[in-house]
Design a protein around this ligand. Structure first.
Ligand code: FES
Ligand SMILES: [Fe+2]
Length: 360
């Protein structure tokens, strides 16, 4: 595979950290095969620089901060928050070309977003819509799987087709009705939405818990992908006959699963997830109980997906000549991949690494 081949666009905003993780201290992250060092300046703004010293490439994240400057931990070069070298040891003049790359950042909706591509194109208006993440009418506590061992598109596939709930999450949110119910797909050049209504069936255990009673329900999945790699799912149930399919969800419960998926390398990604709900929003015990249920070892929904995705990535690498075949249920994921490929194709230096090619 030529080294220029890649499965992600570089001209995009990618989540690099939760806001609360970045302090006046050095944090290392790899985003789109680029090593970054992140820190919060004394004025509160977040800076991202390439994590390789101009002199001998030692990761700057191994150094320390001197005010708002990063001091390399090897020979003491100092770089300002724009990446310009401002100090060299044992010499009075500083080579004006000595600098490390600076990357645009935006903090929004509790995340730090980084633009690894052409900085001239880094329009803050293009930050993915993640407003559910800090909506005061919703509550939840998410988490991160850093360096999850799969190509980021496998996770997009996973979230764009919730048929897998029936099989991967059988004891919590899975239900046969998902596999029996048709769905609709819509798409434009930025979004793909998948919607499905499962009417009049018994509530799966997770949703009976959320609703507070074990009754027949109407259930919905409204999943929206925003290119290149965020997915928001509006999911929930309401007791049958209370008008949810007609638009009245007042007798139901809604959750939004939020996924900001950041390519780390071709075979790994960072998964910033949250699940926020519209009920008991002032009750921290609900928040903790839901968080625990989601990541509770092998029975946690998120852990179950991680197990599948990492096994799938390993299988793809072992069977590198075997293609993917597609089913009707893959329609949402295939449209998402098409939007990703369009983004990559728009970047002049970027041969696309396609779905049908090896390694996901
Ligand atoms: S490697 Fe950074 S100062 Fe020498
Ligand atoms: Fe899942």
């Amino acid at each position: 595979m030529p080294t220029t081949e890649r499965s992600y666009p570089r001209n995009a905003w990618y989540a690099a950290a939760w806001s609360h993780e970045i302090e006046h201290d050095l944090s290392a992250r790899t985003v789109c095969d680029t090593d970054l060092v992140l820190y919060r300046k004394s004025d509160g703004e977040v800076t991202a620089l390439e994590d390789a010293c101009w002199h001998r490439l030692l990761p700057l994240s191994m150094g320390k901060l001197d005010g708002d400057r990063v001091m390399c931990g090897y020979h003491g070069l100092k770089f300002d928050s724009d990446g310009r070298c401002v100090y060299m040891p044992s010499q009075e003049t500083v080579n004006p070309s000595a600098c490390v790359r600076h990357f645009p950042t935006v903090e929004r909706h509790a995340l730090v977003w980084v633009w690894p591509g052409n900085p001239a194109l880094a329009d803050p208006e293009l930050v993915p819509d993640f407003h559910w993440n800090d909506d005061p009418q919703l509550a939840g506590r998410g988490g991160t799987f850093y360096s999850l061992g799969c190509n980021y598109r496998l996770l997009v596939d996973n979230l764009m087709d919730l048929t897998h709930e029936t099989f991967v999450h059988a004891g919590s949110i899975g239900h046969d009705s998902i596999t029996r119910t048709p769905f609709e797909i819509e798409h434009d050049d930025r979004f793909v939405t998948m919607s499905r209504w499962m009417l009049n069936h018994d509530a799966p255990p997770f949703w009976a818990w959320q609703l507070g009673r074990d009754v027949a329900v109407d259930r919905w999945h409204q999943i929206r992908f925003e290119a290149p790699s965020t997915v928001v799912g509006d999911v929930g149930v309401a007791e049958i006959g209370t008008g949810a399919p007609e638009g009245d969800r007042s007798q139901g419960v809604t959750g939004y699963f939020l996924a900001a998926i950041t390519p780390e390398t071709e075979t790994s990604c960072h998964y910033f997830w949250n699940f926020v709900r519209d009920h008991h929003i002032d009750d921290p015990e609900w928040t903790e109980a839901l968080h625990t249920a989601h990541v509770n070892g092998e029975s946690g929904v998120y852990e179950q997906d991680v197990e599948v995705l990492e096994a799938q990535q390993a299988a793809i690498e072992r069977h590198s000549r075997m293609p993917f075949y597609h089913l009707n249920i893959d329609a949402g994921a295939l449209w998402a991949r098409r939007l990703i490929e369009q983004r990559i194709a728009a970047e002049p230096d970027a041969p696309i690494r396609r779905l049908e090619a090896a390694a996901g």
